[in-house]
Design a protein around this ligand. Sequence first.
Ligand SMILES: Cc1cc2nc3c(=O)[nH]c(=O)nc-3n(C[C@H](O)[C@H](O)[C@H](O)COP(=O)(O)OP(=O)(O)OC[C@H]3O[C@@H](n4cnc5c(N)ncnc54)[C@H](O)[C@@H]3O)c2cc1C
Length: 409
Amino acid sequence: MTDTTRTTRTPRAHRLGHLSVLVSGAGVAGPALALNLARHGARVTVVEKAPALREGGFAVDFRGHVHRTVLTSMGLWEEIHAHRTRMGRQTVVDADGTPRLDLPAQLMSGDVEITRGDLARIMYERTKDSAEYVFGDSVATLTEVPEGVDVTFEHGAPRRFDLVVGADGLHSHTRRLVFGDESRFLRFLGHYVAGFTVPNHLGLHGTGRLYSEPGRCVALSNCDGDPDLAGALLVFRSEPLSYDRRDVAAQKRMLAERFAGMGWETPAVLDALEGAGDLYFDAIAQIHADRLAQGRVALLGDAGYGATMGGMGTGVAIVGAHVLAGELALAGGDHRVAFARYERRIGGFARGCQKISGNVGPFFAPPTERRIRGRDRMYRLLASRPMAGSFKRLTEKAATAIKLPDYPA
Ligand SMILES: Cc1cc2nc3c(=O)[nH]c(=O)nc-3n(C[C@H](O)[C@H](O)[C@H](O)COP(=O)(O)OP(=O)(O)OC[C@H]3O[C@@H](n4cnc5c(N)ncnc54)[C@H](O)[C@@H]3O)c2cc1C
């Protein structure tokens, strides 16, 4: 029997077998787009600068029905649940480790939380046979011609693609090549963040500790993965710094200087930093771009609307990939129509999520002792049962403020 309800309500998707798409960046947004586009038959190549998949990073979370709908349609919801962290409460402590307040899991970890590395690996595994992955290379030049985009690479041979999508993160190379210098788009929020793995010398198990001094914060957590390891998170308040993003040794020296003399477990964390092989260090910053597309090139994820920690950057990237692929499928690959609709749908949604993350630096590292006390008072209140519900609703409001069309699977 024919299901007439479905055929009248669901917009028609076109197969995209004729469409070749180059995605720059195999972080979260790139593989998410590859997964969505492959379902519509597009030929996708993902080029990643790093020599292999970058599996570092802390836990990322998903909240509300929009994230759930998108992850379900991508066939990821169950697997994310299977690999979820079992993070419990996180405790704000004094210099001697005395608990000051508990931040409940509900406040910090959303509906489901997974480490960034697990998420990246799951999406890569799902797409490595349907998309071509090229590691250890990067786009060198992009030239738009009437039939497509001519791309040269730092190492590989030149190729032509119908479309190019920059999913290469906060410091997007694609954005620089096509849209202009980073200084036009990056809004620095006055703090830096570092994350790396350390020995779990506190014996944490599915829980975390957070210690702040004026302008600095050290947090340790174990999300119930390897019991011998913990994630260290360092946040500090600073004027904009000029440093070489490829010089990890210099970043370690800078962190050691910034955190010298700090109490609690900081000396042990700095000892572990010396040997850490997975340091993630970046500014706490957002990307504000007026346009997400120019000609045959579009921006996705952090490259187009990076929100930094607490801004649900991963959730927004996943929703962005779903919308971009869905619009391309509905428009039969016509990028002029699809990119314009993508920009309209995702722009306001991403800005709403960015607003939530505006205070993440001062939350971790308030500038004065008085402000640290003030933060603790406020979060004690927020963590109380009636307020926790409103806090959850507030973050979910931003995470669900988009009406998704019924893109056909
Ligand atoms: C190693 C790592 C650890 C992270 N850890 C955290 C964390 O702890 N907390 C947090 O809030 N956010 C973290 N992030 C950022 C977070 O992943 C993103 O905010 C979010 O998931 C959106 O993902 P994205 O794919 O847009 O960007 P990203 O996840 O940053 O991915 C961008 C990808 O593009 C690649 N790339 C960069 N330049 C080029 C180029 N020229 N050519 C090809 N590829 C290029 C990068 O190597 C990276 O794999 C981390 C990102 C990385 C790369």
